[in-house]
Design a protein around this ligand. Structure first.
Ligand code: SF4
Length: 509
């Protein structure tokens, strides 16, 4: 039995039926159907052997690898089997993308439905489970990290209640070994550690994963050059993984039976580039290597400007798309639109349109959408609603942009900006009030999503017989949303039905 156990809750310890995008369902609130059905749809149990999961989230695998490379006896354990492994463990490490549901998709759903999202409920259930309570009584040390570590700042009451000794916010490679050794030796632990840019590990300090990552995700770079005001990635130093490092992780996944995966970066098309212009030769090599191991693949994130710049420059997306589509018809990525207002874009993301001008941002979005449609990239696109700098006119500009995307095969998801101060309140999600224009935007995105979602769904599940058998359940789910939304008047058949007059300048009451 290992001295150090790493775990997370069910919504994170799942491969979402092998479809990463379905994981977003775990950020929803369990309405319309029982909670158990939500778990089954979006976060089914992971395949395990003696309680050890086949795949685990990439962040967990990175920390496991760092500890193992440092000679520390570490195991990643499925949350349903903690009773077996916590009896002898001295340190428990936790990781999560969204501990309390404060992240953008979860907080949006929570604010709309005025109740806690599934991921937050699931994490609370884990922390109040008997194995963790008993281990804490025995004196186990608990260290929490991961991309949502910052959220503990707003729930110090729960940190105290659940006995979390230390929270690490930021890249953990340079601190985790030291912290775990201190915990093992019963030395005092810091309450909260923030790892800044200067603490960023070098490529040599970043260990390669030892076991399979969820849905074969492998990182190709860290950091982002665009520096958007609302984004924490901006603070991270830019590092590109060399091909050999990436290939080693692809091999680990392949060896453990993973045949499909995701390249992870904040902007995959900018792999190897520091000037906003994609390096097509580098991308071609990267994708050729990836396709040696993965039959099908996707990108985690991409930027519209890089896609458009690369295609205009030397047909980057077409060339890379040809490699990707050898065994698949299309691929997915998460892409941020954020706003349709050049004025707001100038304030919150002055580099997002580069190498194009921010004043042309809506045209960049629409043109890039055309390129993606032609090549077969189907994105999940995000908008940010409610930023402090946002005016009514900015929201109208965003509505106009989404109208231009009405026939574009994609999901457009508005995310609410929740002021940090609100999060201190236990019922923070009840505080958010939408303006009428924001409600119209939401209505437009929901209608677009239902319209396009049904078409995308069939493509999404047809890759595999097992997945195809799941298709009716998701179709039923979308139909239930459609019926309910229609009854409440939240669905439109055409953008002209919006309560905004033809000059698009004001709400028609
Ligand atoms: S482009 Fe994306 S990852 Fe980069 S700073 Fe902006 S929001 Fe963050």
């Amino acid at each position: 039995m290992a001295e150090v156990v790493i775990t997370t809750d069910r919504t994170m310890m799942s491969n979402h039926h092998g479809k990463e995008f379905l994981g977003f369902g775990a950020t929803g609130v369990p309405v319309l159907f029982p909670e158990r059905f939500w778990y089954w749809l979006f976060a089914p149990k992971m395949k395990t052997k003696n309680g050890i999961p086949w795949e685990a989230s990439y962040g967990i695998r990175k920390i496991e690898a760092k500890l193992v490379d440092s000679g520390i006896d570490t195991l990643v354990v499925d949350p349903d089997y903690l009773d077996r492994y916590l009896k002898d463990a001295k340190v428990l490490l936790l990781s999560h993308h969204d501990y309390f549901g404060f992240g953008p998709p979860s907080s949006t759903f929570a604010s709309i439905f005025k109740t806690e999202p599934l991921n937050a409920r699931s994490f609370a259930k884990l922390m109040e489970s008997e194995p963790i309570r008993k281990a804490k009584e025995r004196g186990i040390k608990i260290i929490a990290g991961g991309p949502s570590a910052w959220q503990w700042n707003y729930r110090k009451d729960l940190k105290e209640k659940w006995g979390v000794d230390t929270v690490v916010d930021g890249e953990g490679e340079r601190i985790v070994v030291d912290l775990v050794k201190k915990a093992l030796n019963n030395e005092p632990l810091p309450d909260f550690v923030v790892m800044n840019n200067r603490d960023a590990p070098t490529l040599e300090e970043i260990s390669e994963i030892k076991h399979a990552s969820v849905n074969g995700l492998v990182e190709i770079m860290r950091g982002c050059i665009r520096g958007c005001k609302f984004c924490s990635v901006t603070l991270r130093a830019l590092r590109f993984y060399p091909y050999e490092k990436i290939e080693k992780e692809l091999q680990v996944n392949y060896r453990e039976g993973v045949r499909s995966g995701i390249l992870h970066a904040e902007d995959v098309p900018l792999y190897g580039s520091t000037d906003y212009i994609p390096r097509t030769d580098k991308l071609i090599k990267l994708h050729e290597i990836t396709k040696k191991y993965y039959k099908t693949m996707a990108w985690s994130h991409a930027s519209l400007a890089a896609i458009l710049a690369g295609e205009k420059n030397d047909k980057m997306l077409t060339k890379v798309g040809e490699i990707i589509k050898r065994d698949q018809d299309w691929w997915g990525a998460e892409i941020g639109i954020e706003t349709g207002s050049p004025r707001l874009a100038e304030i919150i993301m002055p580099n997002k349109a580069k190498p194009f001008e921010t004043k042309n941002w809506p045209d960049v979005v629409v043109e890039a959408a055309g390129v993606m449609q032609d090549v077969g990239l189907i994105p999940a696109m995000t908008l940010i609603v409610g930023l402090p700098e946002e005016t009514e006119d900015d929201v109208i500009k965003t509505i106009e942009l989404v109208e231009r995307l009405w026939d574009f095969k994609a999901i457009v998801m508005p995310m609410f900006f929740v002021p940090m101060g609100t999060l201190k309140n236990k019922d923070w999600y009840k505080a958010y009030e939408l303006t009428e224009t924001q409600q119209e935007l939401l209505k437009l995105c929901l209608s677009h999503g239902v319209r396009q979602g049904k078409m995308i769904l069939r493509n999404y599940f047809k890759e595999h017989v097992y997945l195809y058998t799941l298709y009716p359940f998701y179709y039923t789910f979308i139909k239930a949303i459609e019926r309910t939304a229609k009854k409440k008047g939240y669905l439109i058949d055409d953008p002209s039905e919006l309560k905004i007059n033809s000059s698009k300048s004001q709400i028609v009451s």
